[in-house]
Design a protein around this ligand. Structure first.
Ligand code: SF4
Ligand code: SF4
Length: 139
């Protein structure tokens, strides 16, 4: 009997303590400042220089450009932009090398899908991925 009360006392004591678990996904997780999550892409900033695709160690970025619709302007604009998150290792190199900050990391890490095909994230997905965008502090 003494053991029952001892156990109950221990349980009651633990009940008053702050929980060490999160009510995820209802409660967002606190992430470090330089967390590397799914990229946000700004199509209007992209100059189609291909540096992000060239530096990518897993070759998971595919992009195409097209002629600027305004004939008075030189250069290309982005047409298609896809990242394959089956093989992206979220290393941050593509964002570091981008000269216009057209691609940056976010705090969004939720990539669970039922189909591998859905891990190919296209331009519109990456453009709309506005979740907790990392501040870019460049001089
Ligand atoms: S984070 Fe790394 S692996 Fe992923 S697309 Fe960028 S460069 Fe490639
Ligand atoms: S490095 Fe930046 S500007 Fe160049 S193609 Fe990639 S996203 Fe576009």
């Amino acid at each position: 009997m003494k053991g029952v009360f001892k156990g109950l006392g221990y349980t009651l004591k633990e009940l008053t303590k702050k929980p060490v678990t999160y009510d995820y996904p209802n409660e967002p997780l606190a992430l470090p400042d330089r967390f590397r999550g799914i990229q946000k892409f700004y199509p209007e900033k992209c100059i189609v220089c291909n540096q992000c695709a060239a530096i990518c160690p897993t070759d998971c970025i595919k992009l195409t450009g097209k002629k600027h619709p305004d004939p008075s302007k030189k250069g290309k604009i982005i047409d298609t932009y896809t990242i394959n998150f089956e093989i992206c290792i979220l290393c941050d190199l593509c964002t570091e090398v981008c000269p216009t900050e057209a691609i940056i990391m976010t705090n969004n890490f939720e990539l669970a899908e039922y189909s591998r095909d859905e891990l190919y994230k296209d331009l519109s997905y990456l453009d709309e991925n506005d979740e907790s965008i990392r501040e870019v502090n460049k001089p």
